[in-house]
Design a protein around this ligand. Structure first.
Ligand code: MN
Length: 251
């Protein structure tokens, strides 16, 4: 079995190293990740400049390929050019900070997994809630068990899963909850400041509010101490609106 690992935090991120260490037990691991942090780049790709690729070594051995692009660039490049054969799984993460609710829309971690699924490869995005020290090893162990579960259940190829672990050691989680993507949004604020040339600039900040959705929402599960597993798709069609619109006359 082959696995492609990537992230949006950069190839040197500890969450990626934890995934690599754990998932090597399942098969051959290839790492193709951004050469620097590219969090919140969503599904962006690089068209107007070349992608540079650098081999990164650890302990004298090839660790992975660092790419001067976005997480989605990394998945595309890996699947189309760098990997001799397509992987069986794409795993993105492990991201420090949850990707629940509408955050999943902005997330480079989730988008890397979406790209994998779009290409027909079953893909996982894995993130951990703060503010505590992330238990990357525990989260990676869960990712491994989850993949083993997918194999045991003979899951169809190309499925997409957004996995979020609660704050604290993975050993302390209350269980796994299968959830829907919620609507939770950051409470955003722009910090208005002045630069040394006396020009005004704005810097986006904010915080994730307390979940106010049902127990079946991703954010609620994580807040209650459960691992949230959300099966996603990237078809943006409003299926409920199809019949209504089709009944209209646009003459
Ligand atoms: Mn990130």
């Amino acid at each position: 079995m082959r696995l492609l690992l990537t992230n949006d935090d950069g190839i040197r991120a500890p969450g990626l190293a934890a995934l690599a260490a754990e998932l090597a037990a399942l098969g051959e691991v290839a790492i193709v990740a951004p050469d620097r942090e590219r969090s919140a780049t969503a599904h962006a790709i690089t068209l107007h400049e070349p992608l540079r690729v650098e081999e990164i070594k650890r302990n004298g051995r090839l660790y992975g390929h660092a790419v001067s692009g976005t997480p989605v660039d990394c998945v595309k490049l890996a699947l189309v050019s760098l990997m001799p054969e397509p992987p069986d799984f794409v795993v993105a993460g492990i991201n420090p900070g949850t990707n629940v609710g509408t955050n999943a829309i902005y997330s480079g971690t989730v988008s890397a997994a979406i790209e994998g699924a779009m290409c027909g490869v079953t893909s996982l995005a894995v993130s951990i809630a703060g503010p505590g020290e992330p238990d990357y090893a525990g989260a990676a162990a869960f990712a491994r068990r989850f993949i083993q579960n997918l194999l045991a259940h003979d899951c169809p190829k190309g499925m997409l899963f957004n996995i979020n672990l609660p704050d604290g050691p993975a050993a302390g989680v209350r269980g796994v909850r299968i959830t829907r993507q919620g609507r939770l949004m950051f409470q955003e604020e722009f910090h208005k400041r002045t630069d040394p040339q006396q020009r005004t600039y704005y810097w986006l900040g904010g915080r994730l509010p307390e979940p106010d959705e049902g127990d079946d929402a991703d954010s609620t599960a994580v807040r209650q101490g459960y691992i949230s597993v959300t099966p996603l798709h990237y078809d943006l069609t409003d299926h409920a609106a199809l019949d209504r619109l089709r009944s209209w006359s646009f003459e």
